[in-house]
Design a protein around this ligand. Structure first.
Ligand SMILES: [Cu+2]
Length: 125
């Protein structure tokens, strides 16, 4: 993949690049709250979850009123922004949480297991 000039070629979730990111075991019917935090100063990350939409329940540390909560399958997490989303495990499978920018799911062009960077697996049984 063509990289973007002098931009970094590693991106991390909780300090780890896929496939070293933590896999989260879940059972059908369980929910998980994912807190996306844009901890960098340069990038917007369109964070996406496979396997069905999530509900956005808080933005920038403020819990949304019931009527303001909304469904989405991607949130654009900019520098300093925080999104809390709740995702329900609907079906068994390995569902990816990842950034939609290909460069951000690469590990300096030496990807393993089909990806890298901003990616982790929700392993639903
Ligand atoms: Cu990204």
């Amino acid at each position: 993949m063509l990289m973007e000039g002098a931009l970094p070629n590693y991106f991390t979730i909780n300090g780890k690049a896929y496939p070293s990111t933590d896999t989260v075991p879940m059972k059908v019917g369980q929910t998980i709250k994912i807190r996306f935090i844009g901890t960098n100063n340069n990038f917007v990350h369109p964070m996406h979850v496979h396997g069905g939409p999530f509900q956005v329940v808080a933005v920038d540390g403020v819990t949304l009123n019931e009527s303001a909560k909304y469904q989405a399958d991607t949130v654009n997490v900019g520098p300093g922004q925080r999104y809390d989303v709740v995702w329900t495990a609907r079906r068994p499978g390995k569902w990816l949480v990842h950034c939609h920018i290909p460069h951000h799911t690469a590990n300096n062009n030496v990807e393993e297991k089909g990806g890298g960077g901003l990616m982790l697996v929700l392993d639903v049984h």
